[in-house]
Design a protein around this ligand. Structure first.
Ligand code: GRF
Length: 191
């Protein structure tokens, strides 16, 4: 049984989408929601679906032994970052090599790296008059948005688009593709 921990810092719409997708799965379950933000709406979503959650302080995130003990307590063997804004300690990345994936709301390597999250990404895409954007699902290594790319999907950006328009197109792509890609990666590890 693959037991996933979803790390999220904000609304958690991707986390909810993933929870719903695997609800009836026989071999993949969501065993924990981890957040660094006690006001994150993802907590309400965890409560709604009866998924255990834990709020860790930024200090906690620097203590990889503590994170490791929490993940062990819930038998976590796969990590999904879905809108998580802190860097995962290197010791945890190494412990979960090729078992931590992240979704980024742009076509990496463009619009990645420090400060490139949420609306900052879509504003940069619009300001640079890009004619397309998209999502990138990638393995997480110690260099954050530079892990091996697993999947990308694109969407058109119109001249008339505002960053909020791009954001909703991106969210649509995320909700359409992320759970299936997670399942594909987990099942490919099994083989
Ligand atoms: C998504 O756009 C994702 O690409 C990015 O953070 C956002 C999370 O959105 N990493 P939500 O909290 O899942 O609604």
């Amino acid at each position: 049984m693959t037991k996933i921990a979803i790390f999220a810092s904000g609304s958690g719409s991707n986390a909810q989408n993933i929870i719903e997708y695997f609800k009836a799965s026989k071999n993949i379950s969501i065993s924990l929601i981890v957040t660094n933000n006690k006001n994150a709406f993802v907590i309400e979503r965890a409560k709604k679906f009866g998924i255990p959650y834990i709020v860790l302080s930024n200090k906690d995130f620097k203590n990889s032994n503590y994170i490791e003990s929490v993940l062990k307590e819930y038998d976590v063997n796969f990590i999904v970052l879905a809108g998580f804004l802190l860097k995962i300690p290197e010791a945890i990345v190494k412990m979960f090599t090729d078992k931590i994936i992240n979704i980024h709301p742009a076509l990496l390597p463009k619009y990645g790296g420090k400060g490139m999250y949420g609306m900052n990404v879509h504003e940069a895409v619009v300001n640079n008059k890009e004619n397309e954007s998209g999502i990138t699902i990638h393995f997480v290594n110690e260099y954050y948005d530079e892990g091996q790319i697993i999947f990308q999907a694109k969407t058109q950006v119109l001249e008339s688009d505002f960053p909020t328009d791009v954001a909703s197109k991106i969210h649509e792509l995320e909700h359409k593709h992320f759970p299936g890609q997670i399942e594909k990666i987990i099942n490919s590890i099994k083989k």
